[in-house]
Design a protein around this ligand. Structure first.
Ligand code: NDP
Ligand code: OXD
Length: 313
């Protein structure tokens, strides 16, 4: 019985240490590629190499070490075993912190205040009130619904958009293609927490930005994206910032990561960039989560948070 860590771009040893402490009886293989594919029962994966799952006859489940699973579903050789994703209050809390921080940064006009401080300029700007600002969250899943409720508690007018209909207290819920137009038309600050799927790829584009509200009290529409980079067109974001279709943006995810050092988004005065770090997966917390799931599964219980492969998330 062994667990393979198939991890690229994170320190595999940190994860392995937590597993050794909490489950010393489990044999670990530190990938990304397995030493002995025939003995692998579970893979714990983050951006594994394509084809890594081939020739694992005992494989029972794959655990994504992030909430997003596009890094797995894009593998053409993915075997037909359950894929479990991260749903954990620790990760949710981290994302809500990031979203609330970015919404408040634009709402409280912090980019202008920061620039004024650099100039040693004691200048004040008209202070807006949250109740006059309309936030719209694309993706009302585990992360989006939590951020929505915290923003509503602060006083923002919050709406959300999802694939299926939702009923969340205090949040105006829209869904499906039919609901998108009305959702955008009432949104001043657009937050995307959408997964990457064939339907969401490239969705954040000129056409969509041009449907955002133009009658808000901010200086213009704001885009905030911590979902996936491939859901946005960075060329369209730059063009929209240039012609006023968008006023500002906060971006944590990009089509190419790391964002190339010479990319014009880096230097844009109305763009905030964070390096795909809105909500980190915490190894200690997720070790408990994955081991809890494996132990329950081996005791005959069903796995939780299994990805719907047809929906793509
Ligand atoms: P969930 O699966 O819980 O929620 C996804 C939401 O998106 C659901 O509300 C779903 O609708 C909606 N959705 C999916 N496809 C469509 C569509 N075509 N049209 C409208 N709505 C759609 O995911 P999480 O909230 O846990 O995570 C969301 C994403 O956040 C992840 O997939 C990942 O890409 C990203 N992420 C980024 C991190 C970062 O650090 N930047 C960290 C963690 C996650 P419905 O409810 O109807 O199913
Ligand atoms: C995730 C991520 O999906 O870090 O958890 O992007």
């Amino acid at each position: 019985m062994s667990l393979l860590f198939s991890i690229s771009s994170w320190d595999v040893e940190t994860w392995a240490q937590h597993f050794r402490e909490k489950a010393p009886e489990r044999a670990l293989q530190l990938g990304p590629l397995p030493d002995d594919p025939a003995s692998v029962d579970y893979v714990l994966a983050w951006q594994p190499p394509r084809g890594v799952f081939a020739s694992m006859p005992r494989l029972k489940a794959i655990f994504s070490l992030g909430a997003g699973v596009d890094h797995l579903l894009s593998d053409p050789d993915l075997p037909d075993v359950p894929i479990v994703r991260v749903v954990d209050p620790d990760l949710t809390g981290r994302m809500t912190e990031w979203v609330v921080f970015q919404v408040l940064l634009h709402h409280r006009r912090h980019l202008m205040l920061d620039a004024a401080q650099r100039r040693h300029d004691w200048v004040t700007f008209r202070q807006l009130v949250a109740g006059d600002v309309r936030v719209g969250i694309m993706g009302l899943g585990v992360l989006g619904s939590d951020a929505a409720q915290v923003l509503a508690r602060i006083g923002f007018q919050v709406a959300g958009w999802s694939r299926s209909a939702k009923d969340i207290e205090g949040i105006t819920c829209y869904h499906g293609e039919d609901g998108l137009k009305a959702f955008l038309a009432r949104t001043d600050i657009l937050v995307s927490l959408l997964p990457l799927t064939p339907e969401t790829r490239g969705l954040l584009n000129t056409d969509l930005f041009s449907q955002l509200a133009r009658d808000g009290i901010l200086d213009g529409p704001v885009l905030i994206n911590a979902g996936r980079g491939e859901t946005q067109s960075e060329d369209d974001i730059l063009a929209a910032l240039a012609d006023g279709t968008l006023h500002a943006a906060s971006l944590d995810v990009f089509s190419t990561e790391p964002l190339p050092a010479d990319h014009p988004l880096w230097d844009h005065e109305r763009v905030v960039i964070t390096p795909h770090s809105a909500a980190d997966s915490d190894p200690a917390r997720l070790t408990d989560y994955v081991l809890g799931q494996i132990r329950a599964f081996e005791a005959g219980e069903p796995l939780k948070n299994v990805v719907d492969r047809t929906a793509g998330y």
